[in-house]
Design a protein around this ligand. Structure first.
Ligand SMILES: Cc1cc2nc3c(=O)[nH]c(=O)nc-3n(C[C@H](O)[C@H](O)[C@H](O)COP(=O)(O)OP(=O)(O)OC[C@H]3O[C@@H](n4cnc5c(N)ncnc54)[C@H](O)[C@@H]3O)c2cc1C
Length: 382
């Protein structure tokens, strides 16, 4: 077992770090203040990311993507995670679930999304169906050659700038459980309305929308994957989005630690640097240790994914630990900065707010613990 990066991986990390520092950091304050990433800025970042080969890296090279495996994608996203979410998400990684595209869907959805000509978003959550996804009420009823969709989704990220939505809707029942299917629905489809949702405390510039389907008619060719097998299709890729949360949490935490260390080394009280007080120094030690542990868990899960060995538990442990470590790291950093940590002159209060969502989206911490404990207990159930 060794933990060294290859020279190519090291170069990838350095390229992304430089890109983040030169192309994303300078815009962070404005995005935070305006809660907006202007379209021209997004187009500029996208073009520069493409020129460096940093766009759609998770997609197969033969389809025009970067062809990176999960480990390398995770390394890259760790670096992207240092920057404001609204900006880093412009360096898009199309949803992995689009790999399920077939026939005309490949030209209509998959390839343009890899090229950056179209953008996707993914809608699972509903006002009455969050963690309990299978209780969703949005229903797609078969009608001749079409499906007619009715229902409401909320908290759908990026839907304001997306061209189409990967929609999860109930299509039937199996015993007491609903069966779910996935659909590709263009935003200009009659019967589909999107509107901006409430403002979120985390990740300004990255918005959530409500999607309302009222007798929204789509052709059967909109079905992504097999009918009633949407849950299984989603399940194949949920692990990779959880790793994304884990690795961006690690990256952001590392940036916060660097800033807190710098502050602790230079801010003087009682005639000495505050880092020399054990109460501050030990906080830095805990932050460093937790981030290294989170990084190891995350990279190990990513490596296992490349070997076809990653389990739901691996992804859940990485997401759980990294997102909770980030919460402690940002809170400790804010404490080290004292009152200045709460002021919007510095980005510390932003990191602290941004960290909050990581324990909620893509499955709450409780749901991750549920996944981990279920895997432990199930073999012993009588
Ligand atoms: C900013 C943001 C962006 C999002 N983007 C998207 C998106 O793009 N697409 C999308 O589909 N969804 C998105 N979501 C939804 C997100 O995945 C859900 O918020 C999350 O899964 C939790 O659902 P909920 O908010 O309805 O909370 P609930 O499910 O109502 O949970 C409330 C509380 O109950 C706890 N709880 C629930 N069930 C259990 C259980 N079995 N055991 C123990 N505790 C439990 C939860 O852990 C939580 O603490 C987004 C959410 C946010 C906040």
């Amino acid at each position: 077992m060794h933990f060294d990066l290859t020279s190519e991986q090291q170069m990838l990390v350095e390229t992304v770090r430089r890109f983040v520092e030169t192309e994303l950091y300078p815009h962070e304050k404005r995005v935070e203040e305006t809660d907006d990433v202007p379209a021209e800025l997004a187009a500029d970042i996208q073009a520069k990311a493409k020129a460096l080969g940093l766009y759609a890296v998770n997609m197969p090279a033969e389809l025009g993507g970067g062809g990176l495996g999960t480990f390398d994608t995770t390394l890259m996203e760790r670096e992207l995670g240092r920057a404001s979410y609204g900006l880093q998400m412009v360096v898009a990684r199309p949803s992995n679930i689009l790999r399920g595209c077939q026939g005309s869907q490949i030209d209509e959805y998959l390839l343009p999304t890899i090229r950056g000509d179209r953008h996707d978003c993914l809608a699972m959550t509903e006002p009455d169906a969050g963690s309990d996804v299978r209780s969703m009420r949005t229903f797609a009823r078969r009608d001749g050659d079409d499906f007619v969709i009715n229902g409401t989704k909320h908290f759908i990220s990026h839907a304001d700038v997306a061209d189409f939505v990967i929609l999860c809707a109930a299509t039937g029942e199996q015993g007491t459980k609903k069966t779910i299917s996935c659909f590709l629905v263009d935003f200009d489809t009659p019967g589909l309305t999107r509107r901006r949702g409430p403002k979120c405390v985390s990740h300004r510039g990255y918005h959530q929308c409500e999607l309302i389907f009222e007798d929204c008619r789509v052709p059967a060719s909109s079905l992504l994957g097999e009918l009633d097998k949407g849950f299984e299709l989603m399940g194949q890729w949920l692990g990779s989005t959880r790793l994304q949360v884990a690795t961006t949490s690690v990256g952001r935490g590392q940036r916060v630690l660097e800033m807190a260390t710098q502050w602790a080394a230079t801010r003087k009280q009682f005639g000495q640097a505050i880092g020399k007080f054990q109460g501050t120094g030990f906080k830095l030690a805990d932050m460093k240790t937790e981030l290294e542990a989170a990084e190891l868990l995350t990279l190990r899960a990513a490596w296992k994914d490349d070997q076809g060995l990653m389990t739901d538990t691996d992804a859940a442990m990485a997401k759980l630990f990294a997102s909770e470590a980030l919460a402690r790291v940002t809170d400790n950093a804010l404490q080290i900065f004292g009152g200045m940590g709460l002021m919007d002159e510095l980005p510390i209060e932003r990191f602290w707010r941004d960290a909050r969502v990581e324990r909620i989206w893509d499955g709450t911490s409780e749901i991750q613990r549920h996944i981990i404990s279920r895997a432990l207990l199930r073999p012993l159930e009588q």
